[in-house]
Design a protein around this ligand. Structure first.
Ligand SMILES: Cc1cc2nc3c(=O)[nH]c(=O)nc-3n(C[C@H](O)[C@H](O)[C@H](O)COP(=O)(O)O)c2cc1C
Length: 340
């Protein structure tokens, strides 16, 4: 058993959020034994619209490193891109604990963290310290108490713009009341109009452009998908693509774990098929005009291929790390390279 895998099975003995805090602390020391990541020319990926060049199509999804404490260390596991956040303008505690549950029998997770984070000032200071090969993403959101949620995205975009490789506008967390309502046609139109203006202002202030992605929920029917496609196509060239998807509010019949009734967003294995279906629906409608990043339930190279086959240009994962440990990234990269 590798040291990484051993560390991961020890962590499984602890309450999930405690285990996560221990992981971030250990990574922050910079002493974790991480072997040099596997690299291969066949893993290199260029996202067609944004032109982002990745050393691997496999990225770390948002939520693991909410405060951008350890992106340099996470880069060393072989991720092609590492997305930090979600960050909100002001620090906030999130929901009361417990708020993170392992559904071990289901290889799944339920979380209702509620954007616990230390706020933009700490986040930006941490982004500035980033040294790594992986492209650095900054995922921005809105504070729970904000009345004008869109203003929080405008603030976030302006603050992170100079300090990352791409920005994600996250309107799909189920744990901040009203957030997912921003996916509705008229709210989304207003969001993208105002965020587009913030991006344009940041572009001229910084003298460079920056790819921006919109992160969506998997809980969308075909009417909602058509509406979103219409709005994003009208948004203008500043929007590079979509990340599909965040966690689901659905609870498949197949779930076995005692925690399946907990409130929050479900992720991990049971999300693979539904999130891939929604990804495919967007890919069919967008026909390559936007970059698509697939997330939801990825635990092995075959899962990555399923997302790529459905139309993703790159993928992200989080929940499987809890069960497999970060060594899984290297394993996936090796398998992808062999089958390339
Ligand atoms: C504990 C936890 C916290 C998360 N926090 C965030 C977040 O802050 N922002 C976000 O955009 N997505 C967040 N996510 C969603 C993930 O980024 C990802 O979209 C989702 O979990 C599906 O991928 P997975 O099945 O590989 O985990 C979180 C997921 C988990 C499990």
């Amino acid at each position: 058993m590798s040291l990484l895998k051993l560390g991961q099975s020890v962590l499984m003995q602890f309450e999930p959020e405690t285990a996560h805090k221990m992981t971030i602390k250990a990574l922050k020391t910079g002493l974790a034994p991480i072997p040099a990541p596997f690299e291969h020319a066949s893993l290199k990926t260029v996202l067609p619209k944004s032109g982002i060049e990745l050393s691997s199509p496999v990225g770390l999804a948002a939520g693991f490193d909410k405060n951008a404490d350890v992106p340099s260390m996470m880069s060393r596991f072989g991720f092609g891109f590492v997305e930090c956040g979600t960050v909100t303008p002001l620090p906030q505690d999130g929901n009361p604990r417990p708020r993170l549950f392992r559904l071990t029998e289901d290889r799944a997770v339920i979380n209702r963290m509620g954007f616990n984070n230390e706020g933009l000032d700490v986040f930006v200071a941490n982004l500035k310290r980033y040294r790594g090969k992986a492209k650095l993403g900054a995922n921005v959101g809105a504070n729970k108490v904000s009345e004008d949620k869109i203003a929080d995205y405008e603030t976030g975009i302006g603050a992170v713009f100079p300090h990352c490789d791409y920005i994600t506008i996250n309107i799909s967390s189920p744990n901040t009341p009203g957030l997912r309502g921003l996916q509705d046609k008229s709210a989304l139109t207003e969001l993208l109009t105002r965020c587009g203006a913030s991006v344009a202002a940041a572009e001229s202030a910084n003298g460079k452009s920056k790819p921006v992605f919109l992160k969506l929920a998997p809980d969308l029917d075909s009417v909602a998908i058509d509406d979103i496609v219409g709005v994003v196509e009208a948004a203008g060239s500043w929007l590079s693509g979509l990340i599909i998807s965040n966690t689901t509010l659905a609870r498949p019949e197949t779930l076995k774990s005692e925690y399946k009734g907990e409130m929050g967003g479900l992720s991990g294995a049971p999300l693979l098929a539904p999130s891939t279906d929604v990804l495919r629906a967007f890919a069919e409608r967008l026909e390559g005009r936007f970059d698509l990043i697939g997330a939801g339930g990825i635990a092995c190279a075959a899962d990555v291929k399923a997302k790529l086959d459905a139309g993703a240009h790159a993928v992200q994962l989080y929940s499987a790390l809890i069960y497999e440990g970060a060594g899984m990234v290297d394993q996936i990269n090796r398998e992808l390279a062999v089958s390339a």
